[in-house]
Design a protein around this ligand. Structure first.
Ligand SMILES: Nc1ncnc2c1ncn2[C@@H]1O[C@H](COP(=O)(O)OP(=O)(O)OP(=O)(O)O)[C@@H](O)[C@H]1O
Ligand SMILES: Nc1ncnc2c1ncn2[C@@H]1O[C@H](COP(=O)(O)OP(=O)(O)OP(=O)(O)O)[C@@H](O)[C@H]1O
Ligand SMILES: [Mg+2]
Ligand SMILES: [Mg+2]
Lengths: 218, 154, 154, 218
């Protein structure tokens, strides 16, 4: 799986709606100081719910709305970020459509290696790795083997705010989003995102915390 | 549970030793305070650049700490890869030669996962498959331009 | 005592405004939470790069924070100079253009005080009066060489 | 005043005795990672007593002794750093020779602008700026208008250690050293030394702490 595209609307220094297309492999983002490079990584953290506002250099979530938009103060303003992932064929089984009550069907005795998860009530054997799932199960996934996560942050004129998450356009809770990301080995406490200035934090961290990183993976 | 930890620990440790040797031309390994009681121990990174005796982590230079931390992150990646890695100026302390080594390591690791790396350093930009340029006209919004350096001359 | 503080504050503030404008091409000034009760207040740095509305300090980029912090240090220096300043890689977040601006500012401030600046960045090395080269042969001790770039060709 | 020379003996990565000559104006120190650049700044902090061991990236002071020296474990080892300052003519009056009991003679009603300090019992008027001081007063200062600070750290085989300070070769306390440095506007909490990674700390610091910086100078 890889990130195919990040779309930012009114998020931090992104005034309108901007698409950032991405490919597999090794991409560098570069440009002058203050241009918005770190803000793109903040957009990933924002959409995937991987960090609190301080981790995105915002004192509070409303600070994330582009100031030219919120500065007008006439009505409710909204910032949103959509991350589009491209899936490999063998990963399709990892997408879990939610039951109506939000429970994930494969949470009883599913294997831990990420393959062969049971889908929507089917008896699913442990070797489902390359078996195509029912089209109805895959309905929310676009035919290009993509899936999307969107987060919208709405701030009223008085300064109160709400934040909503969506998988493939369907409303979901943060917990459901984290469970889905978990299946792809994306975790809030993961070390796959290293923010500006943080690279040496692994060195200065408490040795027990460092050991817990291995616990998480084991 | 203790066996699952031991298996993870040994795998990450053996990755760390290989990667550290490549990145920083020295010897390093992971060490538990108490191997018999892992869940009460801390995990230490033992690192000594080639020819130097073992160094306390605190006294390492900025560049040495960066390479040690990155070796650990790559060691975790080789054991349990995430689909993508996003690094923001992790090369800020590195001298030119070390930026090149890191860039080559990322290029290699990028066969297994997607790497999105914010960097101002030329050897990093030159090793990437492509660069996304970000600019901000005075007072205006961020603008994003895709640049494929492989197709440009010079 | 309050008058001594006000005098110091005004002087540092006016230095900060001038220096910040030069280093970061924007407007900045110092601000007390409560000007009538300085000894119970905090001191805030209000900074907005040109054309942008005032930014909260937290949301500034790495480069913007560096230039703001350095403007403050230079503002203190112009008011009460120390005999020497020792900076260790204060340019690590700066892009090439900003390293040049900082190097020019240091060159100017160095008329009043001695500056010893550890740096890996070429524009900084090129602006200095001289460079001290430090190397460490594998496993051997640090060796120090003086290099006067002004007398070298190319 | 400027630093003319730093001499490092068995200090951190400096194995033997190394001289680092310095001139007024703008000097850059450069070189590969791990070569010893930051260690030179640690040597300044060490000799002038401007920081605790953690500020020099040492868990404890004995970690500052070069490991090849202390590694032999046969007997007491010593690390030392000497900083040589060059004085301008008008600054000579700032050097305070100590009385036998360590008191500084000009501490009664001396001016605060750093000029015209009273020397060793002379009646000293407030315009002593360019008046040459008695040769006996200047005796500890070399004829080249220099003064030196030395700090020696001795570590025994068992790991206990002692640290001694010297001005112009004469033993002094850390307090006396700080008072002398104070007259030249060198302070432990000063912002004239910015260590690696610390440049943005002024931004993340508590606003009250930041205001206290101005208090110090006022
Ligand atoms: N809500 C907002 N509205 C408008 N602009 C914002 C908002 N939040 C942050 N910014 C601006 O975004 C800019 C910072 O962007 P970012 O941190 O991505 O820069 P960068 O490219 O990473 O720079 P550097 O190389 O210095 O790290 C700052 O100028 C900041 O003022
Ligand atoms: N007591 C000691 N004995 C021997 N070597 C030491 C001692 N303390 C520190 N060192 C070594 O000094 C080196 C670090 O030096 P320093 O921090 O000055 O490097 P640097 O030139 O600033 O590098 P960078 O550019 O990466 O910041 C490290 O390799 C460290 O192991
Ligand atoms: Mg940034
Ligand atoms: Mg260093």
């Amino acid at each position: 799986m890889h990130i195919k595209r990040v779309e930012l609307s009114h998020f931090k220094s992104f005034g309108g709606t901007t698409q950032v297309p991405l490919l597999p492999g090794f991409t560098v983002i570069s440009g002058p100081n203050g241009s918005g490079k770190s803000n793109i990584l903040d957009a990933l953290l924002f959409a995937l719910g991987l960090s609190g506002s301080k981790g995105m250099r915002a004192d509070r979530l409303p600070d994330l709305v582009n100031q030219n938009v919120s500065g007008r103060g006439r009505s409710t303003v909204e910032a949103s970020v959509t991350v589009t992932f491209a899936l490999e064929a063998e990963e399709l089984g990892l997408m879990q459509p939610e039951d109506e009550d939000g429970a994930v069907p494969a949470s009883n005795g599913s294997t831990t290696n990420g393959n062969g998860h049971r889908a929507n009530g089917s008896s699913g054997n442990g070797h489902a790795k390359v078996e195509p799932l029912e089209q109805s199960v895959l309905a929310p996934i676009s035919p290009f083997n993509e899936w999307t996560v969107t987060r919208k942050l709405r701030v009223t004129q008085q300064g109160t705010y709400t934040s909503h998450y969506f998988i493939n356009g369907e409303s979901c809770t943060l917990t459901q989003l984290h469970e889905q990301l978990h299946r792809f080995r994306i975790y809030p406490e993961g070390y796959n995102v290293v923010l500006q200035g943080d690279v040496t934090s692994i060195i200065s961290m408490n040795p027990r915390e460092r050991r817990e990183i291995i616990d998480e993976l084991a | 549970r203790q066996r699952a930890f031991k298996e993870a620990f040994d795998a990450v440790n053996s990755n760390f030793e290989a990667i550290f040797a490549q990145l920083s031309d020295g010897d390093g390994h992971l060490q538990l305070d108490d191997p018999n009681d892992p869940f009460a121990s801390g995990l230490n990174l033992v690192a000594h650049p080639k020819g130097k005796p073992v160094r306390r982590l605190a006294s390492m230079s900025g560049g040495e700490k960066s390479l040690t931390a990155l070796s650990f992150i790559f060691a975790l990646q080789r054991y349990r890869p995430s689909p993508f890695y996003a690094f923001d100026e992790v090369d800020m302390f590195l001298d030119g030669a070390n930026v090149e080594r890191l860039a080559r390591m990322i290029k290699h690791q990028a066969q297994q996962a997607q790497f999105i790396v914010v960097s101002l350093r030329r050897p990093m930009i030159e090793s990437a498959d492509r660069t996304i340029g970000v600019t901000q006209a005075r007072g205006a919004y961020t603008q994003v331009l895709g640049l494929d350096l492989q197709t440009q001359s010079g």
